[in-house]
Design a protein around this ligand. Sequence first.
Ligand code: ADP
Length: 456
Amino acid sequence: MIKKILIANRGEIAVRIIRACKEMGIESVAVYSTADEMALHKELATEAVCIGGAKSEDSYLNMENIISAACLTGCDAIHPGFGFLSENPHFARMVEMCGLKFIGPNPAVMELMGNKSQAIQVVEETGVPTVPGSHGAIKNREEGKKIAKEIGYPILIKASAGGGGKGIRLVENEEDFVGHYKEAKEEAKKYFANSELYIEKYIENPKHVEVQVMCDKFGNCIHLYERDCSLQRRKQKLLEEAPCQSISKELKEKLYDSAIKICKKVGYDSVGTVEFIIDKKENFYFIEMNTRVQVEHPITEMITNVDIIKNMIKIAYGMKLSIRQEDVKIIGHAIECRINAEDIRQDFRPCPGKITFMHVPGGKGVRIDSAVYPGYTIPPYYDSLLLKLIAYAPTRLECIRKMRAALEELIIEGVSTTTEFEYLILHNPTFIMGNYDTGSIEDFIKELDKNGKSIQ
Ligand code: ADP
């Protein structure tokens, strides 16, 4: 019934989706830019089509070229992966108008949840807590200033269409509001083509915990538990673990119930993630929903033994969920380290170039989702994620030890990577205790600097 899928992405996620297709007996079509002639996803797919120039706008964001490639190769669906066009409802609609399936949620729900201030308003109707703030987009500067004063500084100005940790500004006091507002508005317009802004109270170093959900087109909706994604540098996740070590069972239940409630309210019909922040008193707040597969999905796959990508494909083809909530159990613990081509001693500056030598770890419970190989030249045009190293073990402590051993074995020469930084985190007492929050990485970097082990 499912014949051929085009993967509108590159890098490790494209490889991940191609693997799922192979296991399901589905043919795959890779698309690639002129800068990706040597990319692994191009080699692994059944077929590959060049869709344009190196710049993302010319290739991986070029909707017409991607859809033409799908039609010309006889595909019946398009999987968008993450980033690029994965949360673009216009693209999803175009795909469907061309008689193809879009492997993701229906475009209406994607549009609704993609606008973050609108999503907050809908979530509020369900009774799930949201961060004190403007409860939707602000009309103008004066309204924003008034709300900020009411909720009390510090506050965040966020772009409704923002994402990937971008489009968020911290305002510490009233004097700074006008300047930040103006810049935020200009930036939002420039980067997200939508200048709409909203305001949230700044929660001091919260935890970031997210719930993986999986819903079909028949109103069935389950969760696959949570991931702790609090280890972030400048709002970019570095290391994730599942399950979360440091919040109560009662709070976890509340997060699961809230995630399901939200999905049911909006008619969600794919895999997705509901993100929450949690303050020191275990108050939790919805912040946003990601209507796509996430980078960190493998840790959930490891602890639940559910293949998220295969299920996502089946759901898009109109199949009912084959697992019930009571069948999904957590067994063991998983950690993911994102290995980026970045120079940790130069403010994590991207470091493209040629991988001259590479050795990857293995063994029971070690998983690598990668798109690189020895001799591969990392192009400078895209994100710096090289591979995801995932460790899985019966307990958290065993998992930490396994990840340390795996990082010791991982060798990538020719480019700087974040491997060493991840290794340092795995030895940090705050991390080992599981008691970390979104401020921990900055503290950790400061500590290393103070001890003369400068990382910047
Ligand atoms: P994006 O869509 O760009 O990922 P999010 O709204 O998910 O933006 O926020 C990204 C990160 O910013 C969160 O993981 C959290 O660390 C931090 N953050 C978001 N909202 C708040 C808030 N109200 N207070 C404190 N930190 C926040």
